[in-house]
Design a binder for this molecule. Structure first.
Ligand code: SAH
Length: 218
């Protein structure tokens, strides 16, 4: 039986300390801080690593991938919902499912795409275990988006392409936002793209370090 609430290094007190740290790092959105206080990050990684779950660091989840750093999850979510909560969101790169759980606590419909099947299967299990039910999953290359589900009021990518895939831009509704790291390893920046009637407006937020956005399925 999994420990949902946590004890010792996975306890609510340890989690609360992470929230204090996120505030020190500049995270202001109370909605984001509140869901991050609740979601048990230690369940999204191997048990051997769970004593480090509430450190502000990315950690390995197998298959050469990592669970994102809590600050990055918070920052990207904050940027995504700044002007109001979207009705739906497409997430590219489910990974451990931690960011998916944060999104699903705030946004009614989450569509999450992952190219590595075993990671997606594991994420599905954990999310079902903790009772998250508003996420649809697809084993696919997120570079194609997820057209069957139409267009999105928000898209968040957790892996960095050299250039923003056109298919993702096309699947944004007018006024929608895409949060995505862009660039080669060692020179990535986080960007926020807003689709207007006539253009895509790009803001560059800060330097970041993400795993590469890869083609095809594995
Ligand atoms: N937010 C996730 C981040 C996982 S790392 C977490 O906190 O666990 C990024 C994930 O993106 C990896 O699982 C990787 O397999 C996936 N990924 C990379 N390129 C992709 C692509 N083109 N389509 C779908 N997923 C992709």
């Amino acid at each position: 039986m999994k420990d949902l609430t946590g004890i010792g290094m996975t306890s609510q007190r340890t989690r609360d300390r992470l929230i204090v740290h996120l505030k020190e790092l500049g995270i202001k959105d109370e909605r984001v801080l509140s869901v991050m206080r609740k979601v048990p990050r230690h369940l999204f990684m191997a048990e051997a690593l769970s004593s480090r779950a509430y450190e502000n660091t990315s950690l390995p989840i197998g298959h050469g991938q990592t669970i994102s750093q809590p600050y990055m999850v918070a920052r990207m979510t904050e940027l995504l919902i700044e002007d109001g909560l979207p009705e739906n969101v497409l997430e590219v790169g489910t990974g451990s499912g931690y960011q998916s759980a944060i999104l699903a606590s705030l946004i009614p419909r989450v569509f999450s795409v992952e190219r590595i099947r075993p990671l997606q299967e594991q994420a599905k299990r954990v999310l079902a275990d903790i009772g998250v039910r508003n996420i649809s999953f697809k084993h696919s290359d997120g570079g194609w988006g997820w057209k069957a589900c139409g267009s999105y009021q928000a898209i968040l990518a957790a892996a960095a392409p050299a250039e923003i895939p056109m298919k993702l831009l096309e699947q944004l509704t007018i006024g929608a936002r895409l949060i995505i790291p862009v660039g080669k390893e060692g020179q990535q920046v986080l960007q926020r793209v807003t689709r207007t009637e006539s253009a895509y407006e790009v803001e560059t937020i800060e330097e970041v370090s993400f795993v590469p956005f890869l083609k095809g399925r594995a």
